[in-house]
Design a protein around this ligand. Structure first.
Ligand code: MG
Length: 170
């Protein structure tokens, strides 16, 4: 049997959470959404893109977003997380991997996210070099339970499938 390192397909999982605070813009899935509060963090705190970055890094065994873009690094202060995602995708490409598809779930009480899902898919797909139907965005509330339910924050989960660039023609 071939060693797992040579498999042409890999999957990865990512999770992230950020606090909701007044006075910050709300960025989710690369899209700015009108809301009375926004997610707090060193970058734009786009929790969905951060979970996605971790899923992609996880798929190829490259650690996590905190190792590549430390929140002590002034270069990433206030950063657009689309630039982080771009950098992660370049790390994959440089090592001979391509993104196959990704599936993301955002968990927050308000505002409603699904009306923005199409815009998020349109923002994310070109960064991953995939078609929009290879980017799934799902959303749920936490039924008023826990930190998400109290609107203290939001969290996101993502899985990603990547393949060896030579495994699929074109
Ligand atoms: Mg984060």
């Amino acid at each position: 049997m071939a060693p797992s390192g040579s498999l042409p397909y890999r999957i990865g999982f990512g999770y992230d959470a950020h606090q909701l605070v007044v006075g910050r813009e709300l960025w989710l899935g690369g899209v700015r959404i009108d809301h009375e509060s926004g997610l707090d963090g060193h970058s734009d705190a786009d929790v969905l893109l951060h979970a996605l970055c971790d899923a992609l890094l996880g798929a190829v065994g490259l650690g996590d977003i905190g190792q590549h873009f430390p929140n002590t690094d002034a270069a990433w202060k206030g950063a657009d997380s689309k630039r982080l995602l771009e950098a992660v995708v370049k790390l994959l490409h440089d090592r001979g991997w391509r993104v196959g598809n990704v599936d993301c779930t955002l968990v927050m009480e308000r505002p409603k996210v699904m009306p923005h899902a199409a815009a998020m898919r349109a923002a994310i797909a070109p960064l991953l070099h995939v078609a929009e139907d290879a980017v799934s965005i799902k959303a749920t509330t936490n039924e008023r339970m826990g930190f998400v339910g109290r609107e203290e924050g939001a969290c996101a989960y993502a899985v990603a499938m990547v393949h060896r660039s030579e495994a699929v023609s074109g």
